[in-house]
Write a protein that binds this ligand. Structure first.
Ligand code: MG
Length: 256
């Protein structure tokens, strides 16, 4: 085998270096690495110990103790049942659970549990819903081994978008939604400047990827936007007729 001398290697390194220095640099329009840096301070918060824990900048809507953040549609106190284990359950005739505070763009964390004892099927099985601005529903339903129309199952944007996958847990098990909502923007004349948008993560799985909301969700109406306030209360649906009381816990929201 031929020996390669140190001298030869040194000459090679010299040649490579000289070649690199002689290569004309691309004109980068006067941009330096430093000019691409932003040093505007980023707000510091303290995240929760787990992804389910409210970070320090969240508004805790329900922490298991009281329903002071909520009211009924008529402004009277919310009547859902507080359970000893720190959950809240819909009861017959209680009406929707509506926040006192209004929200626009937000990130919401909510945990829900459909009844362990399965009584019905389809839409009559643990039906509730998270209505952003009281108008745009992310469906809550027991969709474990329960056939219904796809765009009406759990994590659907009701009657607009089926979830990408069915990530439902069994009846009686706690499930999570982490939802990013962008409110629609309206022009002065009432036209839509930008539709609302929804991203939904169900039990840690992305199921709605920044979908464009078509208008208010409704059982029997084609969605048509109608100009409304930039912030409106969040609503948890009392479906009322199904005899399948839904439970919620650990509800927090971050305004964006
Ligand atoms: Mg519903």
């Amino acid at each position: 085998m031929k020996k390669i001398s140190f001298g030869f290697i040194a000459v090679c390194i010299f040649c490579l270096n000289a070649n690199a220095q002689n290569t004309p640099k691309k004109d980068n329009g006067g941009i330096t690495p430093e000019k691409l840096e932003s040093w505007v301070p980023v707000p510091i918060i303290t995240p929760g110990n787990t992804n389910a824990d409210a970070p320090s900048d969240a508004i805790v809507l329900f922490n298991g103790k009281d329903l002071s953040a909520f009211q009924k549609k008529d402004g009277s106190p919310a009547k859902w049942q507080l359970d000893p284990e720190g959950t809240v359950t819909d009861v017959k005739g209680a009406g929707d659970l509506i926040t006192k505070q209004a929200f626009g763009n937000c990130q919401l964390h909510v945990e829900f549990r459909t009844p362990a004892v399965v009584k019905n099927s389809g839409q009559a099985r643990g039906n509730s819903g998270v209505y952003f601005m009281g108008k745009y529903e992310v469906q809550v339903l027991d969709s474990y081994d329960n056939v219904t129309y796809s765009n009406g199952q759990a994590a659907a944007v009701y009657k607009q978008y089926a979830p990408l996958v069915n990530a439902s847990r069994k009846p009686g098990e706690w499930q999570t939604y982490d939802i990013i909502f962008t409110a629609p923007i309206f022009k002065d004349n009432g036209d839509v400047e930008a539709p609302g948008r929804l991203t939904v993560i169900h039990n840690g799985v992305l199921v709605q990827n920044n979908v464009s909301i078509l208008g208010p969700t409704d059982w029997a109406q084609v969605p048509v936007y109608k100009k409304h306030d930039p912030k409106l209360p969040l609503l948890f649906q009392d479906h009322g007729d199904n005899g399948n009381p839904i439970s919620y816990r650990n509800i927090w929201i971050r305004e964006l």
